[in-house]
Design a binder for this molecule. Structure first.
Ligand code: BTN
Length: 312
């Protein structure tokens, strides 16, 4: 049995309310107590808190439910993959979609090399949040189409519908609630042998409670709703929202919905590009996806790339 299957069995055994003895775990897995201890240490290194009480055994300090495989009501037109852990679902989804030539969604409980925008790392709590990537071959690739804005609008509307939280979209790729980050979208286009794939990687704070550690204001759905959410049902609902746009390469009417969901509209903002910094007031988004900012020297169009926009 490989290591990842061993982790999975351990997690399923440890999430019961009762303690499980080390010898019972060793027996279930057909491995030695030493290897059980090693695997538990490795899980602890990934952030899982395992309670160990002498004479009683082990259990998870903060139990969670693994994602259903597949979730009920997952849209049939998307191929579903779930990894207990992986490096980055963006990489997995691209590799699988190339083989399948179909839209693929890869979800995981934990990423060891999760990627964020602008070369940053993305970390989410094991089994608590959502980390998934949707990859599809584009039939008519347009390098300038604002895919992440279209996806952001679909996801924000789905979240509002699913749990009634007033989610807005912060240009170009964040979902926010009252100025705090709920989710980020990493959009990557890959071209090979004259074909182009888009990967939409979504990291969402769902049931985590450790967000104070981050360098920016962040919030989870659990914080907002004061109770944990069913991640599988949420993931199926988000996938369904994205599936609706697959047929036309994400050429949606996002621009019509944008004003109602715009997190920055009318707010003072600071635009940082390299070592340059400019102040202005956000004034909506153009149909091509450029952020419009009123400044002392007139209205500026800000396009993605290495630009960072902060509400002041
Ligand atoms: C950002 O706000 O910087 C974007 C974060 C995107 C994170 C997600 S988690 C699933 C997918 N896999 C990755 O490696 N990154 C994206």
């Amino acid at each position: 049995m490989d290591k990842i299957s061993q982790y999975e069995i351990l997690l399923r055994a440890l999430k019961s309310e009762r303690f499980v003895s080390g010898s019972a775990l060793a027996e279930t897995l057909q491995i030695s107590r030493t290897v059980v201890n090693r695997r538990l240490k490795e899980l602890a290194d990934m952030g899982l808190r395992v309670h160990a009480v002498t004479g009683k055994g082990y259990h998870l300090a903060d139990p969670f439910t693994l994602l259903d495989d597949p979730p009920a009501d997952f849209p049939a037109q998307i191929l579903w993959y779930r990894h207990l852990l992986t490096t980055s679902t963006n990489e997995d989804a691209l590799a699988l979609s190339r083989l399948q030539s179909r839209p693929v969604l890869v979800a995981t409980e934990y990423q060891t090399q999760g990627r964020g925008r602008r070369g940053r790392a993305w970390q989410s709590e094991f089994g608590k949040d959502l980390a998934f990537s949707l990859c599809l071959p584009l039939s008519a690739p347009e390098t300038l189409r604002p895919y992440s804005l279209a996806a952001g609008v679909l996801l924000a509307e789905a979240l509002r519908d699913f749990c009634g939280v007033p989610v807005s979209v912060k240009w170009p790729n964040d979902l926010q609630v009252n100025g705090a980050k709920l989710a980020g979208i990493l959009t990557e286009l890959h071209t090979m042998d004259e074909r182009t794939w888009i990967v939409l990687g979504i990291g969402m704070n769902v049931n985590s409670q450790e967000l104070g550690k981050l360098d920016q204001a962040a919030v989870s759905l659990r914080d907002l709703l004061a109770s944990p959410l069913d991640r599988s049902a949420l993931l199926a609902r988000l996938a369904k929202a994205l599936a609706a746009a697959l047929g036309n390469d994400f050429d949606t009417d996002w621009h019509k919905q944008w004003p109602a969901l715009d997190a920055l509209a009318g707010k003072p903002v600071q635009i940082e590009s390299g070592d340059r910094c400019q102040l202005g007031t956000a004034a909506g988004v153009a149909p091509d996806g450029a952020l419009l900012v009123d400044t002392e020297v007139g209205q500026k169009r800000i396009t993605g790339g290495q630009v960072s926009v902060r509400a002041l």
